[in-house]
Each structure stands twice: as structure tokens, then as C-alpha cells.
Write a protein that binds this ligand. Structure first.
Ligand code: ADP
Ligand code: MG
Ligand code: ZN
Length: 482
């Protein structure tokens, strides 16, 4: 039988606040030794009181606005109770029946059109401690607890089951990550665990409308793992249904090195979290003015930015898509234009020359010495004819290791464009004399032979010849030979 997959994602995003969700400990623990970002609050010592991190609440509202959600003026935190070694308090503070944001959507780019994926809710909670399973010196299994991560603000974005393919799920996640990094609420760093996904997937006969029992695969921390886990599950479920089995609702884990999911628990063993409103925190009541203020402060979103680059700056849809696909790249491009570069030329130099150069040097747009202002200064030298395109490429390569202004590099390295007519005239005549065959072709009416002389002139002048001038002088010299 042929089936259609029904997929919904729950995405956990660590917020990039300075401090943790309910205490003053630093939330930036990536390079910290274990258990150094810890206090009685995030350790859950009896008698302590949590305090809500305002920036985390603002970041969550901003996210809700970016995804067209309704922002709840009244919401509150709840206690989610379950015993596990990574949960030092024995409960997690989360939001259950009154989340901050509900009923939004994300728009995936689709052929010519856009496809809406509904977002059910976005709520705020705290991250758990990190467990590392290891062996002690006697070979016995031990679990090490690092509490640094406990209490880091975690935002959960829950989609409706609107996705249909693993590819679509990946697109949705890429869009989430792009929007969230654009509005600067997270680092979006997957390797550091700032972005972790639970996927829910079920199958139904193609063309039918109901939903099958969902299988949840928890804690995937790469887009590739999401895609592979979904592909595996879809094949596994289809084979089971074809064999006449009934699939239970269950939670499964992803075993990356084997490329399979394994059952963790079925519905009968589902946790009863015994949620109740967090008694140590006041309910959240937002002033409409606060929501309006955040709405007004929302940065330009990727789809709007892409339209602007195409419609106002004249970029091709392809170049615009590449530039907006990465926040650092888009920020660089905007700064380049602000520094006076022409949009199309700027996009070409950024995407082809600069990125190519950086790739070879294992550098990024954020670490390079070639700032937008310096690249704009180089492009200005190109505009005025001070350097040729070939010369500018050489200057660009030097700029990666050399902080002097491009114009100083041009002078010091003798890379200024040669517009000295007498000198170029000599090189043109030499190139013609050295290439009798193309000369005969040209005189015989083959216009294409014209270009054969340009390379030698450029080579002889080490790329510094003014190309427009070379063409003009070459045309005249060739005509004189008739
Ligand atoms: P629960 O209360 O069990 O957490 P939710 O209704 O909150 O279930 O849904 C959790 C996630 O599972 C959501 O992302 C939702 O889109 C997805 N989901 C719900 N039902 C299905 C289904 N039948 N198949 C696939 N995904 C589903
Ligand atoms: Mg759930
Ligand atoms: Zn703390």
C-alpha cells in the first residue's frame, strides 16, 4: 500500500541570554569546566526562590511575533515532575496549559508558492543537567552529572503535524534556525546543543485524512539525524503496516552509528508529570505596550530581506537567496552596501571572490580582516579604474593578511592599473607579432580571434593593464595591419 507520512516537530532552542532562566549564573557554559556555573537555585536547594529572566521572556515573545503567533497577555509557569538524575530539583519549571505564544505559522518556500506549517505553541522552560555515561577505573558504568546546563533558558517550539516528508522537516528546521538567529535569540549552534529536536511521525494511507498513532523520536541534535531518523521510521512503519501490524504510540531513541530507532517506552508507560502551577513564581502578565514595543523592534526577517535584495537592490533571486540563507553573510552584505558598494558588484565579489578566498584559508566572514568597509574601498578602486579586475583580485588576496587600506596595498605592491598608452601600445604590438595565426584569422574576418591577443597583454602586464584601454588599442593596431 502507499502511505503518506504525517510529521510534527518539537524543537528545543537554548536562548542566548547572559544568565540562566531563574538565577544569576552565567548561561554561557560551552567551554566551562563541569559544575562551575552552579548556585543553590539551579541546584534546587530547599528554600531558595527562582526569579524570572526578563530577557528570556522577551526573546520568546519576539519569536512568537516572528512566527505570527498570538501572544498571551496572561500566562504562567508550571512544575513538571519526574525523577531523573539530570533533573536535580526533581521537577522542571515549564509552561503547560498557558504558554506564552500560540497559533502561529512558518512559511516554507515552495515552488513559486509558500507552504504554511502551523505552529501550535511556543513556551519557555529550563534546560536540564547534562549526563555523561562513562566507565570508572574498575570498568564499572558510571554517570557523571554536569549541572552547568541546568536552568539555561530553553524555548520549545511545537509544530502542528503539517509536515509530510523528511526533506520538508529539514527545510522547516533550517527556516526556524535562520529566523531565530536573525532575531538574535539563540546562537543556533547545533554542535553545542543549542538546537535539539524531537520528531513525531505516523503514516496514513495516501489520500486519507485521519492520523495514525504517532511515534516520537527524541533528542536529535543535527539536521542530518532528523532526516535519517524520519527516513528510517517511515520505512519501518510502512513495513509493519504492510505486514498487518498495528503500530503502538511510543517513544523511540535514535542510535546514530547504527542508523536505527529503538523503542524506549510505549503509551502505557508514559510519564504522569503531575503538572501544577509553579507556586514559587508569580503568573506572567504582559502589558500590551510591551508586546507592541517588541513588535516594532523585530529585525527584518529573511523572506522580507530576500524580497528587498531582489526588488530594491536588483540582485538575482539566486544571489539573494544565498545571501539571506546565513545571517552573518546578510549582515556583511548590508554593511557592504552601506559602505557605498554597488549591490550587484558587491554581491559578486562577496559570493564569488571573498567566499572563495576565505574557503581556501579556512576563515569565515566573521573572522576575516576583510571587513565590509575594506571590501567597499577596494571596489571603489575598481570603479575609478585605479585597479583592473585581475589586480583587484590580487589586492583582495593580500588584504586577508594585511590591514593597510587597499589603496596603500595597490601602491606598495605596484598593482595600479596600467593606463599608460605608450606602454600598452608596445605590449599590444608585441602580442600581435607573437601570434601570426590569430592575426591571419582576424584579417580573414574571424572576429573571435580578437580575444586571442588580450591574454598575452594581460600576462605581460601581470594583470594590471586597463582592459578597456587594451581593447581599444588592440582594435586600432589590428586595423592598421590590414
Ligand atoms: P502530546 O500531548 O503527546 O505531546 P501533542 O499534540 O502536543 O502531543 O503533539 C506533540 C507533537 O506531535 C506535535 O509536534 C504534533 O504536531 C505531533 N503530532 C501529533 N499527532 C501526530 C500524529 N498522529 N502523527 C505525527 N505527529 C503528530
Ligand atoms: Mg509533547
Ligand atoms: Zn544558578
Amino acid at each position: 500500500m502507499s502511505y503518506e507520512a504525517v510529521i510534527g516537530l518539537e524543537t528545543h532552542v537554548q536562548l542566548n541570554t547572559a544568565s540562566k532562566m531563574f538565577c544569576g549564573c552565567s548561561a554561557r557554559y560551552a567551554d566551562a569546566p563541569p559544575n562551575t556555573h552552579v548556585c543553590p537555585v539551579c541546584l534546587g536547594a530547599p528554600g531558595v526562590l527562582p526569579v524570572i529572566n526578563e530577557r528570556a521572556v522577551r526573546s520568546t515573545i519576539l519569536t512568537g511575533i516572528a512566527f505570527h503567533c498570538t501572544i498571551a497577555e496572561d500566562s504562567h509557569f508550571d512544575r513538571k515532575n519526574y525523577p531523573y538524575p539530570d533533573l536535580v530539583k526533581g521537577y522542571q519549571i515549564s509552561q503547560y496549559d498557558a504558554p506564552l505564544c500560540v497559533d502561529g505559522y512558518a512559511e516554507l518556500p515552495a515552488d513559486g508558492d509558500r507552504r504554511r506549517v502551523r505552529i501550535k505553541r511556543i513556551h519557555l522552560e529550563e534546560d536540564t543537567a547534562k549526563l555523561t555515561h562513562a566507565r570508572d577505573e574498575y570498568g564499572a558504568g558510571v554517570s557523571l552529572v554536569d549541572v552547568n546546563r541546568a536552568g539555561v533558558p530553553l524555548m520549545e517550539i511545537v509544530s502542528e503535524p503539517d509536515l509530510r516528508t523528511p526533506e520538508e522537516a529539514r527545510q522547516y528546521l533550517q527556516l526556524l534556525r535562520l529566523v531565530l538567529t536573525t532575531i538574535d535569540v539563540t546562537t543556533g549552534n547545533l554542535e553545542e546543543g543549542a538546537f535539539r529536536v524531537d520528531v513525531n511521525v505516523s503514516l496514513r494511507p495516501a489520500g486519507s485524512a485521519g492520523y495514525g498513532a504517532k511515534v516520537e523520536v527524541k533528542n536529535l541534535n543535527s539536521f542530518r539525524a532528523v532526516q535519517r531518523a524520519l527516513e528510517f521510521e517511515i520505512a519501518r512503519q510502512a513495513a509493519a503496516l504492510d505486514a498487518g501490524e498495528t503500530l503502538p504510540q511510543e517513544t523511540r531513541g535514535w542510535v546514530d552509528d547504527r542508523g536505527v530507532t529503538v523503542s524506549q517506552r510505549t503509551k502505557e508507560f508514559a510519564h504522569d508529570y503531575r503538572y501544577f502551577p509553579e507556586p514559587d513564581l508569580p503568573p506572567l502578565h504582559l502589558q500590551p505596550a510591551t508586546i507592541d514595543e517588541l513588535r516594532a523592534a523585530l529585525p527584518e526577517l529573511p523572506d522580507v530581506r530576500q524580497r528587498r535584495l531582489i526588488e530594491q537592490q536588483g540582485l538575482t533571486p539566486y544571489d539573494a537567496a544565498v545571501i539571506v540563507s546565513d545571517v552573518a553573510l546578510a549582515t556583511y552584505f548590508d554593511a557592504l552596501i552601506a559602505a557605498g558598494a554597488d549591490a550587484k558588484r558587491g554581491a559578486n565579489w562577496l559570493l564569488n571572490d571573498l567566499l572563495g578566498l576565505l574557503k581556501g584559508r579556512d576563515e569565515s566572514i566573521e573572522t576575516t580582516r576583510i571587513t565590509p568597509a575594506r571590501l567597499a574601498a577596494l571596489l571603489a578602486l575598481l570603479d575609478t579604474g585605479t585597479v583592473s579586475v585581475a589586480g583587484a583580485r590580487q589586492v583582495l588576496a593580500r588584504m586577508a593578511d594585511d590591514d593597510r587600506p587597499p589603496t596603500n596595498i595597490v601602491v606598495a605592491e605596484g598593482l595600479a592599473q596600467v593606463s599608460d598608452t605608450a606602454e600598452l601600445e608596445r605590449q599590444v604590438e608585441a602580442a600581435i607579432d607573437a601570434n601570426p595565426k590569430p592575426l591571419a584569422d582576424y584579417l580573414g574576418g574571424k572576429e573571435a580571434a580578437f580575444n586571442s591577443f588580450i591574454g598575452p597583454v594581460m600576462k605581460a602586464t601581470r594583470g594590471k593593464a586597463n582592459p578597456a584601454l587594451v581593447r581599444e588599442l588592440l582594435r586600432a593596431a589590428l586595423e592598421r595591419r590590414r
